[in-house]
Design a protein around this ligand. Structure first.
Ligand SMILES: O=C(O)c1ccccc1NCC(=O)[C@H](O)[C@H](O)COP(=O)(O)O
Length: 206
């Protein structure tokens, strides 16, 4: 599975974490987040895709950040409509639409987004729009009705390695394309722990 490391904030730390060659690095453009990115992204190896994370922003603002930071993936973490997704998909960017799960999930809400995004991302529903730091019950995904590849997110840390390796062998993970990590690998909001991430990456069998 692919790996996305989200909530990058500090240039030196970004360069350090990029040395692990994750598939995606995520930058949060949401000024209410402690991980809000207001810096310059240092040069990265070409194979690492830059993901811009937005919460209910105007399409115009997203376009501007895409251009400024050369983002190739847009993650929509709020209540964005299928039409917003369609407009953004008409650029070259890949669109990830996020849905938050508590104990149950009504998968019918995905239907209008099927044709206007490239991936879904399933996160844990909590007080914050993202970065809540705890997992949801992944067995909910046993009822995933789609064939669209999805990112698994929400509170994933070192202590989830065994569960992840087990999950990757289950039917529920059939369309799981990537794992998204964030707060469980931080020394402070936005500052990622290289050694912890190294250990995580080396122990994932999926
Ligand atoms: O992390 C944030 O501060 C954040 C704020 C607003 C919208 C999205 C945010 N994070 C986006 C992510 O993709 C996180 O990786 C995802 O929510 C999981 O975070 P965590 O539970 O800390 O692993």
């Amino acid at each position: 599975m692919k790996l996305k490391i989200c909530g990058m904030k500090y240039p030196e730390n970004i360069t350090e974490i990029a040395s692990l060659q994750p598939d995606y690095l995520g930058f949060i453009f949401h000024n209410e987040s402690l991980r809000d990115f207001d810096n310059v992204i240092p040069a990265l190896p070409e194979q690492i895709q830059k993901v811009g994370v937005f919460v209910d922003e105007k399409v115009e603002f997203i376009y501007n950040q895409m251009k400024k930071h050369n983002l190739s993936v847009i993650q929509l973490h709020g209540h964005e409509s299928p039409e917003d997704c369609r407009l953004l998909q008409s650029t070259k960017a890949k669109i990830v639409k996020v849905f938050s799960i508590k104990d149950t999930f009504d998968f019918s809400v995905l239907a209008p987004y099927e044709s206007v995004c490239d991936y879904f991302l399933f996160d844990t529903k909590g007080k914050l729009p993202g970065g809540n730091g705890y997992t949801f019950d992944w067995s909910v995904l046993e009822n995933y009705p789609s064939t669209k590849p999805y990112f698994l997110s929400g509170g994933i840390g070192i202590n989830q390695i065994e569960n992840l390796n087990r999950f990757s062998e289950s039917e529920a993970s059939k369309y799981c394309y990537a794992i998204d990590v964030n707060s469980q690998f931080e020394m402070e909001p936005g500052l990622k722990d290289l050694e912890k991430l190294k250990e995580f990456k080396n122990n994932l069998s999926c």
